[in-house]
Design a protein around this ligand. Structure first.
Ligand SMILES: O=C(O)CCC(=O)C(=O)O
Ligand SMILES: [Fe+2]
Length: 289
């Protein structure tokens, strides 16, 4: 048995009006295949180019180890020179990923290669983020702390993406006081006997190629697996739905700090309690269906 996933619709191009009407307003994901062909990034952005502009930079790396109470929110697991990291990506599978690497802060010259597209939404110009990953590495199922609308542009190779709307959260074994699901669920091949509620969840799937852009609606859950080594850029627009906006504010100003405080006070016990709670809550929903 498999997850219940629909292919994300794909278009070659789209006008701002059509985007707003058919995707932003109803909050539905879409892939636009040929949106950035006139950006310099479309022909320039590959590993050699990144090496030439940022090869000397030291980059923070993340692997797939479970959350450790001794670590703060989003703390890196290793560091490496960008040129060494790209050599590693190109020569063998690696779990190491770069996550949320701010272009403005790290490699501002890359800004010359892309534009802030007009989809009818106000994009946050201070937060253009890059993500890198090796063959078979993945970014765990999560949603972003600010529940933003995200435009995710992919470069080099291929990336598999699974999405769920927030209305599916009850089936996803979400960890309380966090933005993730149980880390022992393999969303690319889930064990549905161990995680039966996942059978009820309805989501989306696609595989992004170089130059394609995916629109992820506000607060959508996303799981990303690098089928081949590659990298992506995310641009974001603030959540418009007042409910999402107030959750964003409470995540940023309350949840995150509360979670850090509990880690410091209770240590691994806190992590274990949250992991257990994720199962108990989701199983209760599943049993009552
Ligand atoms: O590409 C990735 O590894 C993760 C991307 C992501 O989480 C995001 O764009 O919000
Ligand atoms: Fe994300």
């Amino acid at each position: 048995m498999n997850l219940n996933l629909k292919e994300i619709p794909r278009l070659e191009s789209i006008t701002k009006e059509a985007f707003i009407k058919h995707y932003f307003k109803p909050q539905k994901p879409v892939v636009i295949e040929r949106f950035i062909e006139d950006w310099p990034a479309y022909s320039k952005w590959n590993f050699d180019y990144i090496k030439s502009v940022a090869g000397e930079k030291i980059v923070p790396l993340y692997d797939d180890r479970p959350v450790d109470y001794k670590e703060g929110f989003n703390e890196p697991h290793a560091k490496m020179k960008m040129s060494d990291y790209i050599d590693l990506l190109q020569t063998k599978p690696t779990k190491y990923r770069i996550f949320l690497w701010n272009i403005l802060k790290e490699v501002p010259e890359l800004q010359a290669d892309y534009e802030y597209p007009d989809f009818g939404l106000k994009l946050m110009k201070r937060l253009p983020m890059l993500f890198f990953g090796g063959k078979d590495s993945y970014t765990f199922m999560h949603y972003d702390i600010d529940l933003a609308n995200i435009f995710h542009f992919h470069f080099e190779g291929q990336k598999q993406i699974i999405l769920f709307d927030q209305d599916q959260t009850k089936y996803l074994y979400k960890i309380p006081y966090s933005l993730i699901t149980r880390e022992d669920i393999d969303f690319s091949n889930p064990n549905l006997e161990a995680w039966p509620a996942l059978q009820k969840a309805e989501g989306y799937i696609t595989s992004l190629k170089h130059g394609e852009v995916l629109y992820m609606p506000e607060g959508y859950w996303h799981y990303m697996r690098y089928i081949t080594p590659g990298f992506s850029m995310s641009l974001r627009a603030i959540a418009r739905n007042p409910k999402n906006l107030s959750r964003a504010i409470s995540n940023i100003f309350v949840m995150r700090h509360f979670d850090n405080l509990m880690r410091r006070m209770k240590g691994q016990k806190w992590i274990d309690w949250k992991n257990e709670k994720a199962v108990v809550r989701t199983q209760a929903v599943y049993k009552n269906l």
